[in-house]
Design a protein around this ligand. Sequence first.
Ligand SMILES: [Zn+2]
Ligand SMILES: [Zn+2]
Length: 1017
Amino acid sequence: MFRPVSSKLDLPQLEERVLHWWKENKIFEQSVENRKGGPRFTLYEGPPTANGSPGIHHVLSRIFKDIIPRHRAMKGYYTPRIGGWDTHGLPVELEVERELGISTKPQIEEYGIDKFNARCRESVFRYLKDWNALTERIAYWCDLEHPYVTMENDYIETTWWAIKQMWDKGLVYLGYKTAAHCPRCGTSLSSHEVALGYEDNVEDPSVYIKFKTQLSTGREDEVSQRLSQLALSRDTYLLAWTTTPWTLPGNTALAVAADAEYAVVEADNEYLILADALREQMGLGDNKVVMKVEGSYLAGAEYEPLFNPHEFGVERRRFQSGAELLPQKPDQNLTYRVIATDFVSMEDGTGIVHVAPAFGEVDFEAGKEQGLDFVQQVDLQGNITGNYSFSGKFVKDADPLIIDDLKSRGLLYRSETIRHTYPFCWRCSTPLLYYVKESWYIKTTAVKDRLISGNNEINWYPEHIKYGRFGDWLENNVDWAFSRERYWGTPLPIWRCESCDYRECIGGVDDLKGKPGFNGLKEPLDLHRPYVDDMTYDCPQCGATMRRVPEVIDCWFDSGAMPVSQVHYPFENETLLEDGRFPADYICEAVDQTRGWFYSLHAISTLLFSRPCFLNCICLGHILDAKGEKMSKAKGNVIEPSAVIDKYGADALRWYFFTSSPPGNVRRFSVDMVSEVTRRFLLTLWNTYSFFVNYANIDRFTPGMEGVLSHSELDHWIISELNQLVADVDNGLEHYDPNGAGRKIEGFVDDLSNWYVRRSRRRFWKSENDADKLAAYTTLYQCLVTLTKLLAPFIPFVAEEMYRNLVCSAFPDQPASVHLADFPVADMDKVDRHLADDIRLIMRVSSLGRAARSEAGIKVRQPLSRLLVKVASERHKRALKHLAPQVLEEVNVKALEVVDDMPVTKHKDWPLASEGDVMVMLDTDITLELAAEGMAREIVRRLQMMRRSAGFEIADHIATCYQGDEYIRSVMADFTDYIKQETLSEQLVDGAPEEGAYTEKFKLEGHELLIGVKKLN
Ligand SMILES: [Zn+2]
Ligand SMILES: [Zn+2]
């Protein structure tokens, strides 16, 4: 006997019960250990940060991480899964700053780095309990008791080792380069971090500035002479455009395109110079053109600075031999010059580009190449230095003041605003500044070819990521600016001599301790700042003190080093590269990680081992709310995972996420959608299961009695479909397609419930336990048991509950949990494609027939005389003739006629329905006999409803009495056997209801009818 199953499914309660049982019996641990010795399957956990509570998108990535290893474990793979936590970085620091009510680096240093970092350390696991609880609740199976943690000494030591490997290959360098700088966080961002924070539609000033010029180049050709003559006759200005007025005091050059044509136009008694092609766009199309020249004639022309830095107490330096900058003497008559470059756009602006080498990559490169002046009048907090009228202001606040200043001096041509895309700090939303400063770099461009070729070895899901988002990113690779001028992070392991500037990279704790004159170690060892900053040793070159540089590293380097750092390689686990733990078979995160973790993993592994470190990657789309908007606390449209899980259960949420859309798609999410999934799929499955259990118990069916059975065609068909399903689901999960696999299961469960079970109802219903009934039970049992195993990776709770009742109660020697069972293997000999195709045809014809009925407004219970069917192929014609009885029952018609053409003239009112190459027409003429039969069926339906209303069990036999007119009595008499059989009525008596009977009165087609039913003992 199976445990009785209620048709009501309380999923959250069921799940809590299963969770408890898993824990008690260590099912996860067993599912790993039992497969020891099998081939290894490795998942890398992308470590979340536990200093915020987990959201619905974390559920999405965690269940996708879960499903594939579950499948592999059932397939016999040894697949330990290790959790991990990302603990360093700015987000943690920001949180602590907020708590302390401080916001600048000097405030942190005043507070004390030791105390500050201690608070960071405390805060990183603040939400650990929530994370662990949610992880367990959604059945993401991974080892949370022994996770890797990026702030542990061993982890840091391996990260140091990794950097040392790169250092030894000459791939770590100190660059003087343009970096995207967050003035609030006071640190550089790597290019992949910058990519995370672009915002569209940002409003900025758009100003056109006049730079006064004499057009003197010192050249003596005719054109140059004419130009300087013009400039002598009237005030002459070069017109340039910028969206960052705050960079204008740093202007030290104007760039033109050598081969473009420029025009000198007359405007308000002045001459303005701009690209001829952009005159129209600038509203100067109708002005008189005094002269046209090629850009090359403008190159070298001197112009007056907008702001002479010496007048405002700002240092002027000049590029000397590459990136070196030499201070310049004050010069009251300072001029800058026009340069010719290849980066001038003729699409927008004026064709003359303002160049400020301190504030932009292109500008910096131009400065290096052309030996330009360098003026950096902004500090690292983003405030203007010097003694301008706008000094002390944050750059964006200085913009309007600078515009006013230029306007008052007649140097502003036009001022507008523009909406464009601008990068913001992805952590704190402060606008980023491109700023030239010193930073440590990893020369990833040195291995660019291998980064690209390694990507060929990775399977991406969806596939377009490979040569799209990720491939593009690699093609445009730039060196990794990986140092951060911050506090809570893995310290950059580079020591520098205070005296001779000699530098060394340290690759491990023993390496450091073994240095001559090593000093400053405090026990217990903590490799973080400030303790590591106290560790010094003697310079091997000059004997002076070697001190660590102040920077920490990008926390994306931490997480990208997890393949080695999580196992303390090579200090331990020396066999890492050979024992199946590297590379990972599988990783999965959201699409924003292409430039985050996916990239840092790939880059570090390529730099260390010249190999990709993951072979398969599911790249998940983002989750939006039901209206398609981003979820955010500010908008109040965030859906808490617990709100969904407590109401509908984790399996409902899992099933929804797996089957609603392919993993790479952007998803719209609402609680209603989960409820819909529950109704459509989970309840259909559950009802089929509870139907089986309850009937099997009534009939005392015991599984395992197969062998003597003659299966019906219906049984053959569902077993064929089942085996095809096993093959499809296995293949889908093998190829990282839970969505495709899940949808196949959905289709099968629908067929099972709405075709197989429905069409077999009579077989379960009849009173004798014959071979046919046994075959039906055996077949349905096999389908359900196989389903539990196919479903185990998807909805582990429901699958477990069903499996334990269906299997463990009957076969105590079978694995105690579905998750310890083997994944089913398809028996392709049992797959009959022709039969499947035929039944599909019958289903389609039946559904068209029902559609034709509803079009004519005739209810299904009313039998009709015939259905005319037209199909295209001979094979389908034969199949229809052979399988006609099923259609007759489904559509409730007496005959099926296969026709070559529909009769069009005579029966205009007969409804038609068609789909593809199948067309049906329904003969809707109702004879007296058909009407009587329809009445009999209606009476049966009413009786069945009465049985339920009266609270009878499905197997209860009853006595039925009725009272009605002549017509009713004749129908009852003609269909006595049928009515009795369908309603389990032992007696069907014309007369008043017995004492204590449950009675109801109806009016059917104008005939009154009283019925009484009573349960028999
Ligand atoms: Zn920031
Ligand atoms: Zn030295």
